[in-house]
Design a protein around this ligand. Structure first.
Ligand code: SF4
Ligand code: SF4
Length: 183
C-alpha cells in the first residue's frame, strides 16, 4: 500500500546517497529525445549519441558529494528517475531510517571495495564503483601479478559481488535490471 512520504524525506535520502549520479549504479544516464542543445553545460559536454539514443556519462560533473544544481534546470532523467529504494519507501516496505541505513551500508561496502581495488592495482585518485567492476577483469586475469596479491584480489571480488548484489536488490529499478540483462 502506498504511504505518504514527503518530498523532503526523499530528498534527504537522495542527498545522503547519490548512487544514480556518481557512477555507483550506472555508467550513463539516458536523455530524452530533443534535450541535447538545451542541457546544463557540463551535461551537454558529457553527452553522446549511440544507436539512435542519447545519453550522458556518469559520474555527472555536477556531482560534488551531492548535486550542485539541484534547484536549477537539469536533464529530465534527473527529476524523473526513482530507484527501487525510493519506491520501497513510498510503498511502506521500509522506513526512512531503514532507507538511510541501507545507503550507509552500501557506502561502507563501496569504500571498502574501492580501497581494496586501489591497493591491489596500485591506482590512486577518484574511482567509481562501475570503474572498479570494469577493472576487475584485469585483476582476475593476472595483469596485476596475482601471486602475492591473489588473496587480496579474491577478497576484492567477493566484496564487489556483495555490493553489486545489494545494489541490484535495493536500488536498481526492475526495468533497469531487465535492460542490463537483455544487453
Ligand atoms: S539511487 Fe535512489 S536514493 Fe540514491 S540518489 Fe538516486 S534516486 Fe536517490
Ligand atoms: S545534474 Fe544533479 S541530479 Fe542530474 S545527474 Fe547530475 S548530479 Fe545527478
Amino acid at each position: 500500500m502506498r504511504t505518504d512520504i514527503s518530498p523532503e524525506t526523499e530528498q534527504k535520502i537522495c542527498i545522503e546517497c547519490g548512487f544514480c549520479c556518481d557512477g555507483t549504479l550506472f555508467r550513463t544516464a539516458t536523455l530524452t529525445p530533443g534535450e541535447r542543445g538545451s542541457l546544463p553545460e557540463l551535461i551537454e559536454a558529457n553527452s553522446f549519441e549511440e544507436g539512435g539514443n542519447e545519453y550522458f556519462r556518469l559520474p555527472c560533473r555536477y556531482f560534488k558529494g551531492k548535486c550542485t544544481i539541484y534547484s536549477e534546470k537539469k536533464a529530465v532523467v534527473c527529476s524523473a528517475y526513482r530507484c527501487r529504494l525510493l519506491k520501497s519507501l513510498s510503498y511502506g516496505d521500509i522506513s526512512p531510517d531503514e532507507a538511510l541505513k541501507i545507503v550507509a551500508d552500501a557506502k561502507d561496502l563501496r569504500e571498502e571495495a574501492t580501497g581494496m581495488y586501489k591497493k591491489v592495482t596500485g591506482r590512486s585518485g577518484e574511482i567509481t564503483f562501475r570503474e572498479v567492476l570494469t577493472g576487475l577483469s584485469s585483476v582476475v586475469t593476472g595483469d596485476n601479478e596475482r601471486g602475492s596479491k591473489a588473496f587480496e584480489a579474491d577478497l576484492l571480488i567477493v566484496r564487489c559481488n556483495i555490493l553489486e548484489a545489494l545494489l541490484i536488490k535495493r536500488f536498481r529499478a526492475i526495468e533497469d535490471f531487465e535492460k542490463l540483462v537483455m544487453k
